[in-house]
Ligand binder design. Sequence first.
Ligand code: AFP
Length: 329
Amino acid sequence: MLNFEHTFMDFLLEHQERHNRTYHFLILMNSLLNAAKRIQYYYLTGALRGNLGLAGSVNVQGENVLKMDEIANEVVKHYLSRSGRVIQIVSEEEEEPVLMNIDGGRYFVYYDPMDGSSNVPHNLPIGFLFGVAKRNLEGPEDLHLRSGREYIAAGMFVIPTGTFTIALRQAGCWRFHIDEIMNYVKPTQMTLPDDRKSWEISYNSANRETYARGLQGWLAVNEKKYAFRYLGALAGDFHRILTNGGLFMYPAIVNHPDPKKNKPQGKLRLMYEAAVTAFMCCEAGGLAIDENGRDILDLVPEKPHQRTALYLGSKQLIQEVLEVLTKKP
Ligand code: AFP
């Protein structure tokens, strides 16, 4: 007997039909899947074809652009534009939001096509993260940048590992695995586990002495209760937290010995890193906050590449951190 696994597209079709929805979102998702598979191909063969190095330019955020950043961005832009369903994108690799189909587009897509650049020269896991919001279908569209609260879906591909995790608004967070013919198959619903035994803590420990004093104190007392894991690529680190529970954080840098290197606003990008993972985390039963204890999903972006501190994971741990962060000195 042949065994045909349930694919992501089977899953999504059933979801759309169950809720009497149009097929536009399927077409959009098909383009994101095609983009991910093509990035997967370029990344797998990256070392062989000399594509893992620098492109020779610097982006709007002052970071060195990698060849893979350019390739991945071009791939995603191509497929999103071809879908005809996208009104506007915000990409980590584009200085300004890019208009696509102003008349017929229904969705905004905010994405980072190659997140975790320090892993690229080693061909180790990186992420392609995206959030999707819908245009105003009732009246005129003002193209405002959407907060995570307005996302209808958010997801991440871990490349070249071959996992795809997506959360759909009020319909949970689901993980798929790539099969031998490049289909994402076998939906598994992700729910953060309550049992602290499996929980992990994930953060760049080289930065710990630059964090707010209260947070440093909390870490000193609590972190040894949990396993420590850090890959340096948000999608990979968050993938583990979604499975095992615990806390991922990229706090504000406020006590750097060289004050010029402080990052009180945080490092991660709100629209295509923090809000994407926060949306997924909430659909899996978790929470995400910034340095001031605000829910990441409530933060309305003032600019496309806005940064934020991020605390993401199991509700109980986020509550503990929230108390420390918001405690008056
Ligand atoms: P890039 O923007 O350079 O790809 O950085 C990746 C990232 O935004 C995120 O994926 C990681 O969680 C975090 O930065 C790692 O930062 P550190 O190298 O400072 O630990």
